[in-house]
Design a protein around this ligand. Structure first.
Ligand code: NAI
Length: 286
């Protein structure tokens, strides 16, 4: 049978999560999606109304099928963690079973198992603030949504992942080099995510024969990136300075992800793989 993938962090057709879903679908995988609760209604109604039909097109001309969309808020592990104001918030009250543990349980009930887990989500409420001006709350929120969310997802999905399966997340070079403007503790969150990729590769590899890698992606004008405010500058910087002076297409990251979670990459785990037109290799701008 084909592989089954759960992709956390898709709420429109612009981001890396959508592109990864498409590459996996093109390779024959069944697609399940986890969408942030506040974004769920718009995403589902846009899907239904055919707003994404053009971008659902796969290389063979067919349209990507999404078998099921699950509401998800990856900053909450179980119902006990959800504060009253969120429970009663009208954007949340309309959905249920959206904590990480509950989503994993729902997927288990619906499908039994998965082969591929994709983490394509991040959030840093103070991302536009320099680190020196970031509050403890903002910093911890960035880590919670952008790093621990991966630990939690892997922890809860591992028991239903078939041995030989793989997970992938998305990181950014601001973890290891200074990228002014990527603030609010988001650079710290990406450093955690990359370090955790190694430790989790060990733990999930030994325990469940699951591979864990992360893609360090170049700049893309996604919804999340536009919220940071400097994305056009980063795209232009890459165009001017990267070894490959071309636009970076989300599809290129999607294809790399599809490779990394496939048997073609069966000996690759614990790795940070750059998909950035080579920008990471430059020592100076030219
Ligand atoms: P995006 O906006 O398509 O994806 C981010 C998703 O995270 C959104 O769908 C949002 O609803 C979801 N999300 C936020 N908080 C959540 C939560 N608590 N629970 C569940 N979902 C939540 O944007 P993009 O840029 O494609 O982001 C995907 C990943 O790629 C992120 O990890 C990002 O840091 C990473 N990345 C993006 C780059 C870029 O230039 N766009 C560069 C390198 C990495």
């Amino acid at each position: 049978r084909g592989k089954r993938a759960f992709i956390a962090g898709v709420a429109d057709d612009n981001g890396y999560g959508w592109a990864i879903a498409k590459s996996l679908a093109a390779a024959g995988a069944e697609i399940l999606i986890g969408t942030w609760v506040p974004a769920l209604n718009i995403f589902e109604s846009s899907l239904r109304r055919g707003k994404f039909d053009e971008s659902r097109k796969l290389p063979d001309g067919s349209l990507m099928e999404i078998t099921k969309v699950y509401p998800l808020d990856a900053v909450f592990d179980s119902l006990d963690d959800v504060p009253e104001d969120v429970k009663t918030n009208k954007r949340y009250a309309g959905s249920s079973n959206w904590t990480v543990q509950e989503v994993a349980e729902s997927v288990k009930q619906d499908f039994g198992s998965i082969d591929i887990l994709v983490h394509s989500l991040a959030n840093g409420p103070e991302v536009t603030k320099p680190l020196l001006e970031t509050s403890r709350k903002g910093y911890l929120a960035a880590i919670s949504a952008s790093s621990y969310s991966f630990v939690s997802l892997l922890k809860h999905f591992l028991p239903i992942m078939n041995p030989g399966g793989a997970s992938i997340s998305l990181t950014y070079i601001a973890s290891e080099r200074i990228i002014p403007g990527y603030g609010g503790g988001m650079s710290s969150a990406k450093a955690s995510l990359e370090s955790d990729t190694r430790v989790l590769a060990f733990e999930a590899g030994r325990k469940h024969k699951i591979r864990v890698n992360t893609i360090s992606a170049g700049p893309l004008g996604s919804r999340a990136a536009k919220a940071i405010g400097f994305i056009d500058m980063m795209i232009n910087y890459s165009l001017a300075n990267a070894p490959l002076q071309k636009e970076l297409h989300a599809e290129e990251v999607g294809n790399a992800a599809a490779f990394l979670v496939s048997p073609l990459a069966s000996a690759i785990t614990g790795a940070v793989v750059y998909v950035d037109n080579g920008l990471n290799a430059m020592g100076v701008g030219v």
